[in-house]
Design a protein around this ligand. Sequence first.
Ligand code: KE4
Length: 426
Amino acid sequence: MTGRSTQLFAAAQKRIPGGVNSPVRALRNVGGEPFFVERARGSRVWDVDGREYIDYVGSWGPAILGHAPKVVVDAVQAVAERGLSFGIPNPFEVELAELICEWMPSIEKIRMVNSGTEAAMSCLRLARGFTARDKIIKFDGCYHGHADSLLVQAGSGALTHGRPDSAGVPKSFADLTISLPFNNIDLVRKTFIENKDEIAAIILEPIPANAGLYFPENNFLSSLRDECTKHGALLIFDEVMTGFRVARGGAQQIFGVKPDLTVLGKVIGGGLPVGAFGGRAEIMDRLSPDGPVYQAGTLSGNPLAMVAGLSQLRELERIDGWKLLEDLGAQFEQLARAAVAKTKIELTFHRIGSMFCLFFCSGPIVDLTGAKRSDLKRFTRFFHACLERGVYFAPSQFETGFISTAHTTDDISRTAEIVGEALRSL
Ligand code: KE4
């Protein structure tokens, strides 16, 4: 990067750790400097030096209607004029809670927070409070935000930067988290037996997307459901990425598996800071002020964030966004696979709906071990070859791409051409 982005990054590094407010934005594992965004609209972002990109990061998921959708911007502007934050219940909190409970019937009650991390952290405390047990099971490469208990074999930026187990997490905390290979139900069963009556919950991304994108195999999710029911542990689906994206009812609708609790974020905030967790009323009622499990937040239920989420989700339903996302995703898959077929490079393309990932290794890839076989040097060259040609993919092999309803078939066709050119240049 040269010009204004370079100047801004130099200034940022003086006052912000790594020059960024979230590590994965630093492009450390693909090298180079991040560009600074000037504005974004639809499927496009423009940097401060005037370069235009077709964007497949979409703010890491929230921009499911594309950037600055008019219906969301108008709703936020209208509400902003009536106040930015109250710390007093407002009608939009009730409307968004009712919509989410209608769309995701496993959720009978829901609590709004301000990030996916906060939602997952609170969900674990609730599960521990409800079961009076301390241990949790997670899966290698799954990422549930940066709460201490969950920075064990974590994915996303923790994996990208080679620190799946962060410094600063007390060993006593990490010892309560058992991380297992995804898709290995035998090890889950063995862990329950070895930790009889000690496991409070299993938390997972039902469709892991923070170590690249891969899928549950051989009824893994329904088997987890059975094991949790059998052992009195809670099943927690982290649908921060998949919620309301892969289907109107999220991954739990696709797989027909009912978790006890669900973690949400990203799309439900329309781009503003929102996380949420919800589930069975008998569990949720253990939360303060009714119950003994404390959880709170100054900006939780913020009116702007609530109305941004409401307007985004309602628009998604109005335009049947899920069909459009599937059509665009299918078009991209067909063209991307054609480009892959023309090269001798070992590649594995995964997609579900509008979420996709191109692994730089051969398949099958069903867990973190498989994902880590990827050729990261080749991925790096591919990332920059696409960026130079005006396509912005996630700056890490261990992330997932997102198509929005604002992407056009022309965007998809152009992107596939650029993917082909980039692969040929490697
Ligand atoms: P936040 O605290 O970043 O809002 O959400 C944490 C989180 C929880 N659960 C899942 C499944 C997630 O994917 C995330 C956050 N996703 C990453 C992208 N892989 C956020 C990007 C970043 O860290 O900057």
